[in-house]
Write a protein that binds this ligand. Structure first.
Ligand SMILES: [Zn+2]
Length: 457
């Protein structure tokens, strides 16, 4: 994938609406000018295509993405019959003794209990992840392997403990993830996994050290790791705090977690997917105050009366417009009519002065940020319905959410400027043209710190 890049590259491209030469040297943008001397350089003729800062995905889960690549994904299966067929077929294909990992289960696939899994895959250790990623159900054999009661129910947010039972799985292929991210022009990510053990960062650090994951990686981790410095190659981002709806935290405990993070010099990233979770988070913020970089993750439901308080705290929102695309048809069927106008707000938050950072929540949402950019603008579900048209924003605004700095999601977009790190995304046409129907098909080259990761030219 990596192209042995010569020391100096010149890209002849559109930057901020003007056709210029951009000279990349030693990982930085060294010069920008109308026509720079080109001898002894590698010239990339973009033909007027736009050169942008590389996209930063403000919320995803790298190891879960790698695990999904090795899983049976039932996310697009419509009904219980389809679920059973797919699971049985996967069981029959898999060698004896291996775990069958299933992702994307939701209630449309019918009630799930260990007996059903045992019937579909007799004698097999099966683990099924709920669509949200927040819970697992194990077959009897799976539970036994994991040292649990054979008929244990759904296990919520227990990944690290459960994970020890499937340590024998093949190692994650992060190089494949990195290559896909490069194909979308993504040069940096914030991994929003609420890990509680420092070892959780080692796999990512090792992949970085081996050159398998050249993108910039910001990690979060749970409050227990607030003072833990991540290993070389990874950057400490906000502390991830889960306001779990199945087990709402005590408001004082929540406030204490915020303080632990702030005292460690880190902002918080607070997972809120319901009204009540958001109310609790706001109460905690009102108690302990907000620091720059504090953010609400998802903000799936923001009742209009909470927009003002969010704005006055100056916290940011890291949203996932592509959930409207991927799950909007289900929201229209199942979400309370009262909550629908408040789903995945974008325009009203920005109007209130709240920074809105772009993200995908991959693998729980579509991993291509251009799907999110497109959906932020058209608010269309996969089935073609429009959800929350009043929250649509121009595609340029949605793109800017992915160009904002990892420390300030939704803050000012990074620029292609002299001296900036050469983390760049090249498109095949001028930006205005691409934004009419934004797509990652328009990405033709991606550089991280001046290294060409991908080119279609
Ligand atoms: Zn997430």
């Amino acid at each position: 994938m990596t192209d042995g890049a010569p020391v100096t590259t010149i890209v002849d491209a559109e930057v901020a609406g003007t056709r210029v030469d951009v000279r990349i040297e030693r990982g930085r943008i060294e010069r920008i000018g109308a026509s720079l001397p080109r001898s002894g350089t590698r010239l990339v003729r973009a033909g007027g295509g736009a050169l942008l800062p590389g996209l930063h995905d403000h919320h995803l889960h790298l190891l879960a993405m790698a695990a999904r690549d090795r899983s049976l994904d039932v996310g697009t299966v419509a009904d219980p019959v389809g679920f059973d067929l797919r699971l049985r077929a996967a069981h029959e294909r898999l060698p004896d003794g291996e775990w069958l990992r299933v992702v994307g289960y939701d209630e449309a696939h019918g009630p799930l209990h260990p007996d059903r899994l045992d019937q579909l895959a007799p004698g097999r250790a099966v683990r099924v992840q709920h669509r949200t990623g927040a819970a697992w159900l194990l077959s009897s054999t799976g539970a036994t392997v994991a040292g649990l009661e054979p008929h244990t129910g759904w296990r919520h947010r227990d990944d690290e403990r459960l994970g020890r039972s499937w340590q024998g799985d093949a190692p994650p292929d992060l190089a494949a993830i990195s290559a896909r991210l490069a194909s979308y022009g993504v040069t940096g990510v914030t991994d929003a996994t609420p890990s509680t053990e420092p070892e959780a960062f080692e796999t990512l650090a090792t992949a970085r050290a081996r050159g398998e994951l050249p993108q910039r990686v910001v990690v979060t981790g749970a409050p227990a790791l607030a003072s833990h410095r991540p290993p070389d190659g990874l950057e400490a981002g906000p502390v991830k705090i889960i306001v779990a709806d199945h087990d709402l935290p005590d408001p004082d405990l929540l406030a204490t977690w915020f303080q632990v993070a702030h005292r460690a010099g880190r902002p918080v990233a607070v997972h809120c997917v319901t009204r009540v979770a958001l109310v609790l988070a706001l109460v905690a913020w009102e108690q302990v105050g907000a620091v720059p970089g504090d953010r609400v993750e998802h903000a799936s439901v923001v009742p209009v009366e909470l927009v003002g308080p969010l704005a006055s705290l100056a916290v940011q929102v890291v949203t996932q417009p592509a959930f409207i695309h991927a799950h909007g048809d289900r929201y229209l069927r199942t979400v309370d009519r009262d909550d629908r106008p408040h789903l995945y707000r974008c325009a009203s938050l920005i109007e209130a002065g709240i920074g809105v950072g772009g993200s995908t929540d991959a693998p729980f949402g579509p991993e291509d940020p251009w799907v999110a950019i497109r959906t932020a603008a058209n608010r269309r579900t996969r089935g073609g319905k429009v959800l929350g048209a009043h929250e649509a924003v121009p595609a340029r605004t949605a793109l800017d959410g992915f160009l904002s700095h990892p420390d300030a999601p939704g803050g000012p977009p990074r620029q292609v400027d002299i001296g900036a790190a050469a983390d760049l995304c090249l498109l095949d046409a001028p930006l205005d043209q691409v934004l009419v129907e934004p797509s990652s098909r328009n990405v033709t080259a991606t550089w991280v710190v001046g290294e060409l990761l991908r080119t279609q030219m």
